[in-house]
Design a binder for this molecule. Structure first.
Ligand code: XIL
Length: 302
């Protein structure tokens, strides 16, 4: 196969990218998008601040541009993200307790209902666990509204769009021995045992020298899959260049391919210059849209 999407499809997987609405007028960008990818995540446009800038006033223009561009090209869409401590609108940042809980559940319900039938998988809750050695939840206004806020969000999302896969998504959950990975694992295990609706776990997989691709990455993917959920690599980028970077992308791709329930890989942008970490040149295409060594190693591993 000669594109990432076609190569991924050979094993029934997808290959996606984050898309920014503001770049849809850039023909180099759109050409690569249309050619290489078969799954799209809105980089910012479906987040809480974008979709509910004022309480109970929903705004879907930018999200719709990305969704419609993708669907017109026959691509599927991952929804990102219904509930998160970051990129909350100001009005929500100032809320707490049961009124926040109600506002969060209303947000989940409204946004998932608006997009019902059009989203392959939703990141229902993003980044709810703490970094460091505690393995505990992250402190946030949502967490302080009650420890069951995550399962409440998942139940609301299921009711609003029964056809979408519902995912928990996080970063620094790639190393199996990491306390944060274990914390997420125990939550998913608990949800499955109690029938809380969860279908998938997303590993963001933002890698750099401080946070390299762990040697046990495939073990982590397999252990989550063994809980009875799909796993997806949802925001892949790896800082570096040349053959070292190419090797890391190959390792990540091979790990996914080795796990039956690893259903797809999404990179967090198209060209290095599109990346939120552009200084680290962490993507598969250079600033001019040329394929990098990392592109070739990824394609060959699919
Ligand atoms: C990032 C976007 O790429 C940036 O444009 C934005 O300024 C901040 O958010 N984890 C996530 C993504 O789940 O939503 C984040 O995206 C990167 C980290």
């Amino acid at each position: 196969a000669s594109t990432l999407a076609a190569a991924a499809q050979q094993s029934g997987r997808y290959f996606g990218t984050a898309v920014a609405a503001g770049r849809l007028g850039d023909s180099t960008y759109v050409n690569i998008l249309n050619r290489e990818f078969d799954m799209v995540t809105a980089e910012n446009e479906m987040k809480m601040d974008a979709t509910e800038p004022n309480q109970n006033q929903f705004s879907y223009g930018s999200g719709d541009r990305i969704l419609n561009q993708a669907r017109n090209q026959g691509k599927r869409v991952r929804g990102h993200a219904l509930a998160w401590h970051a990129q909350q609108p100001g009005w929500m940042q100032r809320m707490e307790g049961s009124s926040l809980r109600q506002a969060m559940l209303n947000h989940v319900t409204q946004v998932a209902t608006y997009y019902r039938g059009k989203i392959y998988a939703w990141d229902v809750v993003n980044e709810a666990f703490a970094d460091g050695s505690s393995g505990a939840r992250r402190d946030s206004n949502l967490q302080r509204s009650g420890n069951d806020w995550i399962e409440a969000a998942f139940r609301a999302a299921r009711a609003a769009d029964p056809g979408a896969k519902l995912c928990y998504n996080d970063y620094n959950t790639d190393d199996w021995t990491h306390a944060k990975t274990q914390g997420v694992y125990r939550m998913v295990q608990d949800f499955k045992s109690r029938g809380v609706p969860i279908d998938c776990v997303g590993l963001q997989s933002h890698f750099n020298s401080q946070s390299p691709v762990p040697s046990n990455y495939q073990t982590t993917l397999q252990n989550f899959a063994n809980l009875g959920v799909d796993v997806q690599i949802t925001e892949l980028d790896i800082e570096g260049s040349g053959s070292a970077q190419a090797d890391n992308f190959r390792r990540v791709t091979e790990a996914c391919l080795a796990v039956a329930r690893c259903t797809g890989i999404t990179v967090w942008g198209i060209r290095d210059t599109d990346s939120w970490r552009a200084y680290g040149t962490p993507l598969l295409f250079d600033g001019s849209g040329n394929k990098k060594a990392a592109y070739n190693s990824t394609l060959n591993a699919l």
